[in-house]
Ligand binder design. Structure first.
Ligand code: SAM
Ligand code: SF4
Length: 321
């Protein structure tokens, strides 16, 4: 019997655009960032080609489309359809959901499996303060549309910031549990524009955990290999149940078994959010497939933070969160 060929697992995050209609304080300044020119943005064909070439040597089990906001990229439903032809186990998207109310059903039909949605608060004023847009209703409508379209599990991301939205952790968790969404509390990272807020606003996971009890009982699940989240079964005192997670890149690094790679909107392959090193992969996609790209992948995988402090001046929107 011929033994099956072992392929190491890879998870890809692809920033399909560095543009976004929101201006979250930890991600972009009010005036926006210098965006890539249109002809510098990686094309759909290049993205598909990149994933397909990696599948030859790796088990690319997860592809997440992100940005900027992926729903602002023209033709995003077509890209989802193109990638779904590659037979991936898990095709996901991270979005602010501002445009999801009308796009959830077409995305699902095109082959998207699930979504993660940013929701830092439900308070209109706090939402406007964080995102510089008075559009929390659009995000909530997007969450409901995702549930309706079965883009499940729908996960919600909340970046907790001292004195800005840390008083909202109970409300956002209750909202998530009642809708059957998994809420993930994210630590603020000193990346790009987040670096300016970090000293004053950073809240460690341990503090959020303490704030949630005793209103919620949290029972930890074993950490899944390669996962960035520590997940908990949640029981609220009013009887509502569900799951929540904590992503703690600053207080509890999870680099040792990380197999995530990132492709920026401008076509740079990066091994880690916290490191600036990267390779331009566009030229490697032309000509004979294979060796140069796989060498770049190996180098990127060797470029994890592994205990070193964050060193990242590139904006989160360009890298793809
Ligand atoms: N626009 C989409 C969104 O907001 O969900 C996708 C891109 S966004 C860069 C991806 C995730 O990164 C979001 O959940 C956002 O809250 C998070 N994020 C951005 N900057 C961050 C920072 N400095 N620290 C922690 N999380 C950050
Ligand atoms: Fe846009 Fe997402 Fe950045 Fe907010 S975090 S500005 S929604 S890309």
């Amino acid at each position: 019997m011929i033994a099956p060929i072992y392929k190491p697992e890879l998870s890809l995050r692809i920033s399909v655009t560095d543009r976004c209609q929101l201006r979250c304080r930890y991600c972009m300044p009010a005036e926006g960032v210098p965006f890539c020119e249109h002809d510098e943005i990686i094309t759909f064909e290049e993205i598909k080609d990149f994933v397909a070439q990696l599948q030859v040597a790796y088990d690319v089990h997860k592809v997440r489309l992100t940005g900027g906001d992926p729903l602002t990229r023209k033709g995003i439903v077509d890209l989802v359809a193109m990638l779904s032809e590659l037979g991936l186990q898990d095709l996901a998207m991270t979005t602010n959901a501002q445009r999801l109310a009308r796009m959830a059903a077409p995305l699902r039909a095109a082959g998207l499996d699930r979504v993660n949605i940013s929701l830092d608060t439900l308070e209109p004023g706090t939402f406007e303060h964080i995102t510089r847009s008075d559009s929390v209703d659009a995000t909530v409508a997007g969450i409901d549309a995702a549930l309706e379209a079965d883009l499940r599990p729908v996960k919600l991301n909340m970046v907790v910031m001292r004195g800005i939205n840390d008083h909202n952790v109970h409300d956002v968790l209750t909202f998530a549990l009642k809708r059957g969404c998994e809420l993930r509390f994210l630590e603020l990272m000193p990346i790009g524009y987040g670096a300016d807020l970090f000293e004053k606003r950073f809240v460690p996971t341990e503090t959020v955990h303490r704030m949630l009890t005793p209103a919620f009982e949290l029972t930890s699940y074993p950490r899944a290999a390669g996962s960035s989240a520590q997940r908990y079964a949640v029981h609220a005192t009013d009887g509502v149940e569900g799951v929540a997670g904590f992503i703690s890149p600053c207080s509890d690094q999870f680099c040792f078994d990380c197999s995530r790679l990132r492709l920026t909107a401008g076509g740079r392959l990066m091994g880690c959010l916290a490191r600036e090193e990267g390779h331009d992969i566009r030229s490697m996609l032309q000509g004979e497939p294979g060796a140069p790209l796989l060498t770049a992948v190996r180098q990127a995988l060797g470029c994890k933070r592994a205990g070193v402090h964050f060193k990242q001046s590139v904006s989160m929107a360009a890298i793809g969160g």
